[in-house]
Design a binder for this molecule. Structure first.
Ligand code: SF4
Length: 339
């Protein structure tokens, strides 16, 4: 397929994207505001948590909790054109699973999707962190605004075991890419794979300093993957991490203003409680965190359960509960037990 500009591509939009584009009749209480489109079948990599990993026995049409049916290219491009013109879809995110060998196809796909989008539509590509700077440059030149190089596992041991990769090399690629393409590189961090809150938040803080866009997701055990027996993260821990992560993303919380206990649990946030509660009262820190307009409905949880990442504004009760969970065991600036 590579290089053949005329051949139709195999696009797999998420089932929720198909519904939001009017290509599938599924009811949803939280339609995606980003069109998520997977390219390729099985990944060349073998990440232990991923349904697309080379040794995963999950079906080819799965990624995260979500199914990805195949869509006809012409039909898909026409639907993207309409939805981006109407404003129901504000970003397109192409998720690539084919590794470097698929680069040519990714670039063709990006240029065709970009040509279909209404002016001003944002565009991300989530690409393998084994990419080179030239590859990233080519994807950006094809029409993407941002490339996400997912670091996922937040300490070197986990990175080696789960991603089968050297964390220093993954980290260096992101640093170099952020320098070469300022404001156009993102990454994803996954909470709950065995890292401490300290490791995740310090990594987030250093990436923020480099100008890298940040997305936070909750580990989701998936049948057929090597980590299917690993538990989903503890909700109180995830809420604490979400709150601090959100403050880091906003540029309000630096590494030196966080305190941790001996097991790496966040204990202290160096801002006044009233300020944090005033900023977070509407539950914004507990919404899906990633590129603008990325809401990934039900990637990490089943409908009807408490949501790790809310895809839409929280109700007053949901926001109050999430904030209470996040702050219950934290100390803030000026409080007893703080600094
Ligand atoms: S944060 Fe969302 S839109 Fe951005 S690259 Fe990741 S999945 Fe795509």
């Amino acid at each position: 397929m590579a290089g053949d500009m005329a051949e139709k591509l195999r696009f797999r939009p998420s089932a929720g994207t198909m519904a939001a584009l009017g290509l599938k009749d599924i009811k949803s209480d939280a339609p995606p505001t980003t069109a998520y489109i997977m390219l390729g079948e099985k990944c060349v990599r073998d990440c232990s948590f991923c349904a697309q990993a080379v040794h995963s026995t999950s079906g080819a049409g799965r990624l995260s909790r979500v199914t990805w049916p195949e869509a006809g290219e012409d039909e898909l491009l026409a639907a993207i054109k309409k939805a981006t013109a109407e404003g129901s879809i504000r970003r397109v995110c192409v998720q690539t699973v084919g590794g470097r060998g698929a680069l040519e196809t990714v670039c063709i796909a990006v240029s065709r999707l970009r040509a279909a989008c209404h002016t001003g539509t944002a565009f991300s590509v989530s690409f393998s962190a084994t990419a080179g700077l030239d590859d990233i440059g080519r994807i950006l030149d094809s029409g993407a605004d941002r490339v996400a190089l997912a670091i996922d596992a937040c300490n070197p041991k986990l990175h080696r075991r789960i991603k089968k990769a050297d964390m220093a090399a993954s980290r260096a690629l992101i640093t170099n890419a952020a320098k070469a393409f300022p404001g156009r590189i993102s990454t994803h961090l996954i909470a709950g794979m065995g890292e401490t809150e300290e490791e995740l938040l310090k990594l987030a803080s250093s990436l923020k300093e480099e100008g890298v866009g940040l997305g936070l997701f909750a580990f989701t055990p998936l049948r057929g993957t090597a980590m299917e027996g690993h538990p989903a993260p503890d909700m109180a821990s995830y809420r604490r991490v979400q709150l601090a992560f959100w403050l880091i993303k906003k540029g309000l919380l630096e590494e030196g203003a966080m305190g941790f206990d001996g097991s790496g649990r966040l204990l202290y946030v160096g801002l006044p409680r009233a300020e944090v509660e005033g900023l977070a009262f509407d539950g914004e820190p507990f919404r899906t965190s990633g590129c603008e307009w990325c809401n990934r409905p039900y990637y990490n949880e089943r409908p009807g359960t408490e949501l790790y990442n809310y895809p839409a504004p929280l109700s007053r009760d949901e926001a109050a509960r999430a904030l209470e969970e996040a702050t219950a065991r934290l100390r803030f600036a000026g409080e007893e037990g703080g600094r």
